[in-house]
Design a protein. Structure first.
Length: 368
C-alpha cells in the first residue's frame, strides 16, 4: 500500500471521513497542528471520532504565534523516502510554513492541497509572501477552476495543478430523488414548522456568514416563508435585528447533530448561504445532495463551482440585501423541484469515494 503523510490543522469531520476513506486503499498518517479543544468557535458535538482507518498524531505545540500553533515536532516526521507522498493542507499556519521550508531545504517533494481560494486585492508585501509560500510546493491539488485560478494567481504552475471533487459525504448520502412535497409537509409538521414555504441557512452567527444580510432581505419577503437558521447560538445583535425588523417568520434553531440536521434539509424548499466569504462552503454540497436549489454570493467558491444561475439556483453580489431578496422571490416562484433535480445531478460526482480515488489516481501520475 502507498504510504501517505498529511499535515493539516485540526480534525474537522469532513477531513476525518476523507482520511478514513483514503485509508481503505493507502497507509495514511495525519499530523494535526491544532488540538480540537483549542477550536473554540466549534460546538464540541461538531467533531467526529472517525473509524480508525488512519493513524492520527497530535503534534506538540512549541509556541503560539498570534493564536496559531507552531510545532517544531513536525520536522521529525518529514523524512526523505519515508512516504510515497506528502500533502500539506494550505500554507497559512506557522507549522505548515515551517514544514514547507524544511522540505524545500532538504529536497523533499510535497504537494500543497487547497480546499478553495478567493483572490484578494493584496498589498505588495502580502502578495509577495503568498506567492513565495505557494511556490514552495512541487505540485498542487485544487478543488476546481476557481481554486486553480487562485493558485495560478499566487504563482503555482498550471501544468502542476490537478483538480479533485471536494466533499464531506458518501455516495449513499446523496438522495436518489427530490423529496416530494407531501413528504416535506409531513417532516415540517413533525419539526413544528408552520410556514407554507421554507428556506434553510446553516452556519455560525459570525459576520462572515452574512446572516444580517439575510435578515434584511427577509424583511422584503412574504411572511408565509419560514427562514430557519441552524448551526449555532444566535448572538444578541442578531436577536435584536430580528425583533427590530419584526421577523416572526425567522427562526434561530441552534446546533443540530447530523441526523436531526438531515430532517431540516429534507423539509426545506431551498438553501441560502449569504456569506461574505467562504473559500469553499461544504454546506452548498450538502444542500445539493438533498436536492435543494441554492442561493449564495459571488464570494463563495462552492457556489461559483456548483451553482448555475437560473438552473439550480442563483449567485448574488456579496452584501446586497436587495439582490438577495429579489433572487429569493424569483426562486420561490420557480419550479424548485426541477432546480433540485439539477442540483442532484451536478453533485453526484462530489463524494468522499471519488475524492479518495482522485488522490490515488494523482499518486499514480506522480510516480510517472
Amino acid at each position: 500500500m502507498k504510504r501517505i503523510l498529511f499535515l493539516t490543522t485540526y480534525a474537522s469531520p469532513y477531513r476525518v471521513r476523507f482520511f478514513d476513506e483514503l485509508g481503505k486503499t493507502a497507509q495514511v498518517t495525519v499530523l494535526y497542528s491544532r488540538p480540537c479543544a483549542d477550536v473554540s468557535h466549534r460546538d464540541a458535538k461538531w467533531f467526529e471520532p472517525g473509524q480508525g482507518g488512519f493513524r492520527s498524531v497530535q503534534l506538540k505545540t512549541t509556541c503560539t504565534l498570534k493564536g496559531k500553533q507552531l510545532c517544531f515536532e513536525v520536522c521529525k516526521w518529514l523524512k526523505k523516502g519515508e512516504y510515497d507522498a506528502i500533502f500539506v493542507g494550505g500554507y497559512s499556519s506557522p507549522t505548515a510554513i515551517l514544514a514547507m521550508l524544511y522540505m524545500r531545504l532538504h529536497g523533499i517533494p510535497f504537494t500543497m492541497e487547497v480546499d478553495g481560494g478567493l483572490i484578494r486585492q493584496d498589498g505588495r508585501l502580502k502578495f509577495a509572501c503568498k506567492r513565495f509560500l505557494v511556490r514552495l510546493a512541487n505540485c498542487w491539488l485544487s478543488t476546481g477552476k476557481e481554486t486553480t485560478r487562485y493558485l495560478v494567481h499566487y504563482g503555482a504552475k498550471l501544468e502542476g495543478i490537478r483538480e479533485y471533487p471536494f466533499s464531506s459525504f458518501y455516495q449513499a448520502d446523496i438522495l436518489p430523488e427530490v423529496v416530494p412535497q407531501e413528504e416535506k409537509r409531513r417532516i415540517r409538521e413533525a419539526l413544528g414548522i408552520p410556514e407554507e414555504k421554507m428556506l434553510l441557512a446553516i452556519g455560525q452567527f459570525i459576520p462572515r456568514k452574512g446572516f444580517d444580510v439575510l435578515l434584511k432581505a427577509a424583511a422584503r419577503l412574504d411572511r408565509d416563508v419560514g427562514i430557519y437558521l441552524v448551526g449555532g447560538e444566535a448572538t444578541p445583535e442578531y436577536v435584536a435585528l430580528r425583533e427590530k425588523l419584526g421577523l416572526a417568520n425567522v427562526h434561530f434553531v441552534g446546533f443540530k447533530p447530523k441526523t436531526e440536521l438531515a430532517e431540516y434539509y429534507k423539509a426545506a424548499d431551498a438553501f441560502v448561504l449569504p456569506t461574505r466569504e467562504d473559500i469553499w462552503g461544504l454546506v452548498i454540497n450538502e444542500a445539493m445532495a438533498y436536492g435543494l436549489p441554492v442561493v449564495t454570493t459571488d464570494r463563495c467558491v462552492a457556489g461559483l463551482e456548483l451553482v448555475e444561475n437560473g438552473v439550480n439556483g442563483y449567485i448574488v453580489p456579496v452584501g446586497d440585501e436587495n439582490a438577495l431578496a429579489d433572487r429569493l422571490r424569483c426562486l420561490l416562484s420557480s419550479d424548485m423541484s426541477a432546480m433540485g433535480r439539477t442540483s442532484l445531478k451536478k453533485i453526484r460526482n462530489y463524494t468522499l469515494e471519488n475524492m479518495a480515488k482522485a488522490h490515488m489516481d494523482y499518486l499514480q501520475e506522480w510516480e510517472k
